[in-house]
Design a protein around this ligand. Structure first.
Ligand code: ASP
Length: 586
């Protein structure tokens, strides 16, 4: 080793002893003759003193030191003079009087300081990621992520899981995104797809009798990127044989509450609350509900069934609905703020947003004249409106009304600081529909993926027209309003799998071409099985409280899927393209 101690290790017990440290020049302070250098490594910071009276040539050399130079220093540990002790540092009671100094590597002036408080552009942070990762928060995040992974690995090992690596060069695995394709040099004109998830392999491992599989695995989805998306992201992926939903829930709850305890000392009570999809939509307007605050949606359709207000009346006649939320304390909202809310609700897809202010004990607004006194009283009661509240109402198709109010609910909660960031709220969402309508292509798509089983009692609906009513045996884990995991009980028989492919528009030939290997495997004694995958990037941000998942990924990409550090994606030589039998279009 180039050091006897780390920079976080020396303390009063070492006073009088010799030590050699190695690390980066963190800060330099010149106090008259004396030069103080804080030397930093992964473990901490130690103060070095260069005193010309003790060693003139060393002191001369110390003048050369600049930020981020890599140095090795040998010296004697001594007590800091009274009044200069730094209680915040574990090494704050001592300093090292430098006797020998070696500059192992000078450094250019870093593009930004290693200070968490400084705002640095994302572009600069990613271009100089090696510097960015030296910042204290990033060091903390990367280490915390390791802790999460390592807890998960040991928990799963204790529960008899086997870690198996599955191929990266494979064929398309449908998770609803575009594939990343890799041309095959040895098979001209053919392509591998990078896996959107190891879904098919983990199911085949169950057919192979592995019983319990897991993998911390990279998945690739070529999507337009948002703040919590990356082209490649990491899942904790698992699959189990001979299980039901309850087994998956129990295992996952042990795992997730265990991570919370190990990483942040928080006790999460189990079992987690279970919420059916339909109820989540009714109460929160989303299948990713954030239950850390109230403001739940209410249905005013019953109260207003005889309304004379034409817009509402027409909506109900057309089979629509009238839903509301109570924005607590919002009655004093300025006209422009109210207009902004209305504009937002239009962005979310609503035709309009009606409101009623609760002031002086009654509801009023520009539309109050259209309602009977009794109706207003009932609305007030149903929405639990109190003095100073503002009831926001959307009358529209059910999906739109729920979705818009769900989004406004979240927006208002954020704006008015209703969300207690120290709370942890977990929901299992169950009973999703198996299919969703693809109106553009006039067909049905799988809501989760096509390998998901349906409720036994709904299987008969598969032969009918009312496919929207078929409920899936799938489940999502939602933490603080974010989908953290998703999984399902799988289909394990060929006939049923074929039927589902047919429903989603894959004819027999196409289904066989793409998934014949899986259906073949089902014919050789496939056990009933189920699984789940946890999005590790997003999950880790719950602990780091990062705004973006980029802060928990060592080398992420930009919104445009570019890595500013390596320059990927990049041009390639014509020779390479030729070998791959690819011609660039002009
Ligand atoms: N493969 C699924 C996904 O990536 C998870 C699962 O069903 O286990 O979302």
């Amino acid at each position: 080793m180039l050091r006897t101690h780390t920079c976080g290790e020396l303390n009063k017990k070492n006073i009088g002893k010799e030590a050699t440290l190695a690390g980066w020049v963190h800060k330099r302070r010149d106090h008259g003759e004396l030069i103080f250098i804080d030397v930093r490594d992964a473990y901490g910071i130690t103060q070095l003193v260069f005193d010309p009276k003790e060693n003139r040539s060393m002191h001369e050399k110390a003048h050369e030191l600049k930020s981020e130079y890599v140095i090795q220093v040998k010296g004697v540990v001594r007590e800091r003079p009274a009044g200069t002790v730094n209680k915040k540092l574990p090494t704050g009671e001592i300093e090292v009087l430098a006797g020998a100094l070696d500059i192992l590597n000078p450094s250019l002036t870093p593009p930004f300081e290693l200070d968490d408080a400084l705002t640095v552009s994302d572009e600069a942070r990613l271009k100089y990621r090696y510097i960015d990762l030296r910042r204290p928060n990033m060091q903390k995040n990367i280490r915390l992520r390791h802790k999460v992974n390592s807890f998960m690995r040991s928990f799963l090992e204790k529960n008899n899981f086997v870690e198996v690596e599955t191929p990266i060069l494979t064929r398309s695995t449908p998770e609803g995104a575009r594939d990343y394709l890799v041309p095959s040099r040895l098979n001209p004109g053919k392509f591998y797809a990078l896996p959107q998830s190891p879904q098919l392999f983990k199911q085949i491992l169950m057919v192979s009798g592995l019983d319990r599989y897991f993998q911390i695995v990279r998945c690739f989805r070529d999507e337009d990127l948002r703040k919590d998306r990356q082209p490649e992201f990491t899942q904790l992926d698992l699959e189990m044989s001979f299980v039901t939903e309850d087994d998956i829930f129990e295992l996952s709850e042990g795992l997730i509450s265990g991570v919370f305890k190990a990483v942040s000392g928080i006790d999460i009570p189990t079992p987690f609350t279970r919420l059916k999809y339909a109820e989540a939509m009714e109460r929160f307007g989303t299948d990713k509900p954030d239950g850390r605050f109230g403001m739940e949606l209410t249905d005013l359709s019953g109260i207003l069934k005889n309304t004379k207000f034409n817009i509402f009346k027409k909506t109900l006649e057309k089979g629509g609905t009238i839903r509301a939320i109570n924005a607590k304390g919002y009655s004093k909202l300025s006209r422009s703020a109210l207009d902004a809310l209305i504009a937002k609700s239009k962005d979310y897809g609503a035709g309009g947003l009606a409101y009623l202010k609760c002031e002086k004990g009654k509801l009023s607004s520009n539309i109050d004249k259209f309602f009977e006194a009794g109706e207003l009283d009932s609305i007030k009661e149903k929405a639990k409106a109190e003095e100073g509240d503002l009831i926001l109402i959307v009358a529209d198709k059910k999906a739109i009304a729920l979705g818009v109010l769900g989004s406004l609910r979240l927006e208002i909660a954020k704006e008015s600081n209703l969300i207690d960031e120290n709370k942890v709220n977990l929901f299992w969402i169950t009973d999703f529909p198996l299919f969703k309508r693809n109106d553009e292509e006039n067909r049905w798509d799988s809501e989760h993926h096509p390998f998901t089983a349906c409720k036994e009692e709904d299987a008969k609906l598969l032969d009918g027209k009312d496919l929207g009513r078929v409920r899936a045996r799938s489940y999502d884990l939602v933490i603080n309003g974010q989908e953290i995991a998703s999984g399902s009980i799988r289909i394990h028989r060929r006939d049923l799998q074929e039927k589902i492919f047919k429903i989603i528009g894959l004819d027999k030939e196409e289904a066989n071409r793409r998934f014949g290997f899986l259906m073949d495997a089902f014919q050789y004694g496939a056990p009933p099985h189920a699984g789940i995958a946890f999005g590790l990037d997003r999950f880790t941000t719950i602990f780091t409280k990062s705004v973006s998942i980029r802060d928990v990924i060592a080398f992420p990409k930009t919104q445009k899927a570019v890595c500013p550090m390596t320059g990927a994606p990049s041009d390639v030589d014509d020779k390479q393209l030729k070998e791959l039998h690819i011609k660039k279009s002009k």
